[in-house]
Design a protein around this ligand. Structure first.
Ligand code: ADP
Length: 481
């Protein structure tokens, strides 16, 4: 895998290289064009000057006077001057002695001559056949009978040429300079990208190291948020994610603890009745069954323990269904007074056994409340059952409903022993009992209030308690009207 740093570096370098090469090519092309154009213009002027000079030449003097004038111009300006007749024959050539002129072929087909014929001025650059040097040729077309001098009667084209070697030298010089500047620019870019890419990749590399540390289990590791840019945001997000992960893991651990605690509690709760049941059955088998003095009583006791086991299992199944979210609720409006009368009826016999009075207080007007009637009957039943179980004989219990704006408060109040304050926050926990023996003696499973709490909370409400030791206890919750 290529690192971010080398990716950025390579991209920038390639980009800079491309730009430098393109710019270099463009600059050298432009400079070459500029030089050639200027040279071209200069040569064009030269042809004009030569034409003017030829026009003014004294016709009484011989051809030699013209030749020497042209030779003088040629040597002083380093120019090659050629006079060409209309048929292409060379009349004068500054670089070729007159005696050899006849060896030169016809010039009609030269590109600059053809162009001059069509457009007055023509040009071409090519290597000279005689010297091999690259030359720029410019030819000018002259109208017939322009010149008075007899040796110039057939002259049709004045051509000048100049070597490009010098110009090429200058252009190459400039190209070298461009290359040099280009290399410097590339070096600067190289150093700059190294610094820049390092600055960009450093925090990312740091994040990667920290994340692998977190992955290894170090959830307390915090990434430093050094900037407000995307990288800073990333570090922040990773920190938040780690926090959440840690909380989730803590939650999971807690749940796991609760689960194993629950399992321990359940086994413990089941052991007591099973142990007693076994004990009575064993005693009976060992002969007590034939003892009319105890046999009926032992069978009754065995039955009582079996019943207790049954109640415990029913409550256990109930609470595990509630906690796994399997409890199905069916909400609807129902009449409050009917409901409370039903609950009272359910427990009248139980209270009667202890000669307790069960009072019900409800609002005068008919009130409907919203909820799962059967589940509420179970919840309120558990609370009322406790009031009966824990209150002494001959006491009275009040089951009350009172309107509170859009809600109805339902409460159960007893004159029992009360619950010491330090236990109040925990009595809704599974298997939590203030007095273990007492609870077992009255047939409690330790799950009644936990079940009631689940049901009330499923109604979007809260079960509450206030109690005073020696005076009594009041449980209450609210329902929607
Ligand atoms: P249990 O089956 O033991 O009654 P609960 O969950 O119903 O379990 O109640 C938890 C504990 O709260 C009881 O063991 C008891 O100590 C206490 N408690 C509940 N209701 C009352 C009450 N009305 N008066 C006194 N103590 C109570």
């Amino acid at each position: 895998m290529r690192s971010i740093q080398s990716k950025i570096g390579l991209t920038f370098l390639l980009l800079a290289f491309g730009v430098v090469v393109l710019l270099g090519l463009l600059v050298s092309y432009k400079i070459e064009r500029l030089f050639i154009d200027r040279l071209h213009a200069q040569l064009e002027t030269e042809t004009q000057v030569i034409v003017s000079l030829l026009k003014e030449s004294d016709k009484n003097k011989g051809r030699e006077s013209i030749a020497s004038m042209l030779n003088a111009i040629s040597s002083s300006s380093n120019l090659r001057i050629t006079l060409i007749a209309s048929d292409g024959k060379v009349l004068f050539e500054s670089w070729v002695p007159d005696s050899l002129l006849h060896t030169l072929g016809t010039h009609v087909a030269l590109p600059e001559v053809i162009q001059a014929r069509e457009k007055t001025v023509g040009s071409d650059s090519r290597s000279s056949k005689s010297t091999g040097e690259e030359l720029l040729y410019v030819a000018r077309f002259v109208q017939p009978r322009t010149f008075a001098h007899p040796s110039l009667a057939s002259l049709q084209y004045v051509r000048v040429a100049m070597g490009l070697t010098e110009v090429r030298g200058i252009i190459n010089d400039i190209r070298l300079n461009v290359l040099f500047v280009g290399i410097i620019v590339l070096l600067v870019v190289l150093v700059a990208t190294r610094i820049l890419s390092k600055a960009i990749s450093k925090p990312i590399v740091e994040i990667a190291t920290s994340v692998s540390d977190i992955k290894a289990g170090n959830l307390d590791r915090r990434l430093p948020v050094l900037s407000q840019d995307e990288v800073g945001k990333l570090a922040e997000l990773i920190n938040e994610m780690t926090d959440k992960l840690r909380r989730d893991i803590e939650q999971l651990k807690k749940l796991e603890r609760v689960r194993s605690e629950f399992l321990g509690n359940v086994s413990h709760e089941l052991r007591t009745p099973i142990f007693s049941l076994k004990g009575f059955l064993e005693t009976l088998m060992d002969g007590a069954i034939d003892d009319p003095q105890v046999n009926r009583e032992f069978v009754k006791k065995a039955y009582a323990h079996a019943s207790r086991l049954d109640t415990l299992l029913i409550d256990l199944i109930e609470i595990s269904r509630m906690e796994s979210g399997e409890m199905k609720m069916s909400f609807r409006y129902f009449d409050l007074s009917d409901f409370l009368s039903q609950v009272k009826e359910d427990f009248e016999a139980e209270a009667g056994k202890k000669r307790q009075t069960l009072n019900v207080e409800i609002p005068q007007a008919a009130v409907s409340v919203y909820g799962d009637k059967e589940r509420l009957r179970q919840a309120l039943g558990n609370i009322l059952d406790n009031a009966i179980k824990y209150s002494p004989d001959d006491s009275s219990i009040l089951l009350k409903a009172a309107e509170r704006d859009s809600r109805v408060e339902i409460s159960v109040e007893d004159n029992g022993p009360g619950i010491p304050e330090e236990h109040l926050p925990r009595i809704f926990e599974r298997f939590y009992r203030v007095d273990k023996t007492r609870s077992r003696n009255v047939g409690g499973t330790g799950l009644g209030l936990a079940i009631a709490k689940h049901i009330i909370e499923a109604h979007g409400s809260k079960i509450q308690v206030e109690s005073e030791v020696g005076k009594g206890t009041r449980f209450w919750f609210e329902l929607r009207k």
